[in-house]
Design a binder for this molecule. Structure first.
Ligand SMILES: *Cc1c(COP(=O)(O)O)cnc(C)c1O
Length: 733
């Protein structure tokens, strides 16, 4: 294509502009768009946005869609107009350097033994960016954050998941406030995916025999920085029409769909790695969904090395790490024997074990024929190293699974804990990022998990921190008003010239955010058990309070949907009008706005059901203060001056009593601690003691609850041992 002449470029741009053709410029942008590395680099995000800010917002921040709706000539025009050439070139060069630098990284120094035998990280969902809808909530975002940090630390790791072409659902509320679910088809060409090419040069496909015919899947590759993420997709020829839709939806369908998805993820995932020529040294099963994987690895070892089932199992378990994520019994998948036999039967034949033996691997009491097959149980039995995701969750899990090791006392149950963390660059707002750049040492990003680096934050200028936070809060309120306006228009609510929306939320009022799955144990309604007391607090003319809610209920969860409806309808109550809003369709984008702009992040789980929780960690980074039950991560994070606790961590066997007590403690914490501290201003209008608490929160919590710290813990406590475990443990045999 010949070079298209565009309007006179700005002077500093001339040199670059004449050097590069529109097509070459376009190719550089596309290369950036095709590695999700861009999603945690604000300068690249801003670059895409600046190409067309209005469209950017409409297309879920998807740069591939943005670019595919532009010609190279249009892109070059726009780049000249916006002086973007240098920024495009720089971003492209940085990505290339990042991908080629493999020797001065943390991983190169610290993970030598993993080398050519990487960690294979299995998860049913990955939340990397809102434009790649293959996640539903916390578990997915955690997996996404895990692989992003593994990328930056350069840990040898490959990730395995499923490609859901309809993802999770989009949420709308109807005019009664009732949740509606809408499934949208995602188009492969709009995602940064390409066929994963196997050792034979073709796109990898795998098949799995069941008693009822074979299941087939093809494999896609998504690049997440240095980490390849392989996604299995059942929409292939050879599958029945029904099976072609097997991986369409995340957590949709019945129990049979579920076991078939998990068969594809676990067994199919292991087969895919083999076809790709990848020989993992460690298998990390992130939650029980992938816990069939070790069975296929055991089969491979038996076939490759002539081992017996028992020998092979012992070996494979050495290399397997299992992470459990929920203390709620309903959160563990359980399958009846007939479904297990239908799907694992042919594999079981090759393993040479009886169906009673196979079922026994998934049962607490192997001989108990009434007990279903539990994915967590097989995960625990087939892994040498298992962990929970916070200190408290470790205690709870050891107690919960103690009967698997009846000969051990509780402290000796082999389930440890590695507390979750969040990927700081993904959740930190850009203005706050710039503030950290000014206050912390210049290479703080490389040392995010080191608490010494954060000591410097105690010297931040309080006025500057407050100003940055206030900007972010205004940005959030703009976002909320924009969304609320859109919601009102879609529901055809009476027009009042937009006044209701403009009057919504006051930038000077204490702003509390609450957003998460509407699972019953998370108790989004705790507040409303004391509606009058709450209304009174919120309407104090000198010290007003406002609330922003968001979150999805699982499509089958009627109580959760009812709760959403109750909260949504409170905006019609004059005591809450203009001060309470429910934002539809909670996703990574909504989460990012909320955690970056609120004053207070509220979490009210029924202790000890919250395994960890991560959204509160995201709020910390941006100066939000946590107000939370002492559960999950907060039970180990709270030090008395880095946020607020609701109650003192007591729980009652009777839920009703616990809930009533916690509701009263929530109102008490707000009335006695949170509100007075927020409104205590000095002569300059600054809430000095509140700002001190923000500083304490960031300095003490940012390093401890970062995904960098989490991934280095996994490397040091699990991966290195599991990778080398074989020789040391075998020698003692
Ligand atoms: C962080 C996050 C979550 C997890 O929040 P919890 O505190 O664990 O409930 C869920 N959904 C989205 C979109 C998130 O970003």
């Amino acid at each position: 294509m010949s070079q298209v002449v565009v309007g006179p470029p700005k002077k500093i741009e001339r040199q670059n502009w004449t050097e590069i053709t529109p097509q070459a410029l376009y190719d550089k942008c596309m290369a950036l768009a095709k590695n999700l590395w861009w999603s945690w680099h604000p300068e690249v995000v801003n670059l895409f946005r600046d190409l067309d800010p209005v469209k950017w917002r409409k297309i879920d921040h998807n740069p591939i869609v943005l670019l595919s709706e532009m010609t190279p000539a249009q892109l070059a025009d726009r780049a000249a107009e916006m002086v973007l050439y240098t920024r495009i070139n720089q971003a492209h060069r940085r990505l290339k350097e990042y991908l080629s630098n493999t020797h001065t990284t943390w991983g190169a120094r610290e993970t030598g033994v993993l080398g050519s035998k990487p960690v294979a990280y299995f998860s049913a969902e990955f939340g990397i960016h809102e434009s790649v809808p293959i996640y539903s909530g916390g578990l997915g975002v955690l997996s996404g954050d895990h692989i992003k940090s593994a990328s930056s630390l350069a840990v040898p790791l490959v990730a395995v998941g499923l490609y859901y072409d309809q993802g999770y659902f989009k949420q709308h509320l109807d005019s009664n406030g009732y949740q509606q679910e809408e499934y949208q088809d995602t188009r492969v060409e709009n995602l940064p995916m390409e066929p994963a090419i196997g050792i034979d040069g073709d796109q990898v496909t795998i098949s799995i025999d069941t008693r009822n015919g074979a299941l087939h899947a093809k494999v896609w590759l998504l690049n997440v920085g240095r980490i390849p993420l392989y996604l299995l997709d059942c929409d292939v020829e050879g599958n029945s029409p029904q099976d072609r839709e097997l991986t369409s939806r995340l957590y949709g369908g019945d129990m049979r769909t579920r076991i078939r998805q998990e068969l594809v993820l676990g067994v199919g995932g292991v087969k895919a790695l083999r076809a790709l020529g990848i020989m993992p040294g460690v298998y990390h099963l992130n939650e029980g969904h992938s816990a069939f994987a070790p069975l296929e690895v055991i089969r491979q070892r038996m076939a490759d090395d002539g081992l017996s089932f028992d020998e092979s199992l012992r070996e494979v378990a050495h290399h397997t790490v299992f992470t459990t994520h929920t203390p709620v019994p309903a959160g563990h998948d359980r399958f009846p024997a007939n479904l297990v036999e239908e799907h694992l039967g042919p594999l079981r034949d090759r393993l040479g074990i009886s169906s009673a033996q196979l079922m026994g691997l998934g049962r607490v009491e192997p001989q108990n024929e009434l007990e279903p097959f539990c994915m967590t149980v097989i995960g625990l039995k087939l892994s040498r190293r298992a962990n929970a995701v916070s200190a408290l969750h470790g205690d709870v899990s050891r107690r919960m699974w103690a009967h698997l090791w009846p000969w051990r006392v509780e402290e000796e149950i082999p389930i440890g804990h590695i507390t979750n963390g969040v990927h700081i660059p993904s959740w930190l707002a850009y203005p706050m990022h710039l503030l950290f750049d000014r206050v912390l040492r210049s290479d703080w990003q490389e040392w995010m998990g080191d608490s010494k680096v954060w000591q410097a934050f105690y010297d931040v200028d309080p006025g500057e921190l407050w100003e940055t936070h206030s900007d972010l809060k205004n940005r959030l309120l703009d976002f909320v008003r924009r969304r609320a306006g859109r919601q009102a228009r879609r529901r055809n609510e009476p027009e009042d010239g937009g006044n209701a929306v403009r009057a919504l939320l006051d930038p000077n009022a204490l702003t509390i955010g609450f957003a998460r799955r509407f699972a019953t144990y998370k108790r989004a309604d705790l507040f409303f058990r004391q509606l009058d007391a709450l209304a009174q607090l919120m309407n104090d003319p000198q010290r007003p309070v406002q609330l922003i809610f968001a979150g999805k209920a699982h499509p089958a969860d009627e109580p959760g949907k009812h709760l959403i409806k109750t909260i949504e309808n409170l905006r019609h109550d004059p005591r809450f009008a203009g001060r309470l809003v429910f934002i539809e369709d909670y996703d990574i984008n909504v989460a990012r706005h909320l955690v970056q702009g609120v004053d207070v992040w509220l979490n009210t789980p029924r202790r000890p059901k919250e395994a960890s929780g991560t959204s509160g960690m995201k709020a910390v980074l941006n100066g939000g203060l946590n107000l939370s039950i002492l559960d999950g991560w907060w039970a180990e994070a709270y030090n008395g001056k880095n946020g607020f606790a609701i109650g003192d961590g007591r729980q009652h066997v009777d839920d009703e009593i616990t809930d009533t007590r916690d509701a009263a403690n929530l109102i008490k914490a707000l009335r006695d601690d949170v509100i007075p501290l927020y409104y205590d201003r000095d002569a300059d209008g600054l809430p000095r003691r509140w700002i001190d608490m923000m500083v304490e929160s960031i300095a003490t919590l940012a390093p401890r609850f970062s995904a960098h710290r989490m991934v280095t813990d996994y490397v040091n406590k699990c991966y290195l041992v599991a990778a080398g475990g074989l020789s040391s443990d075998m020698s003692g045999k």
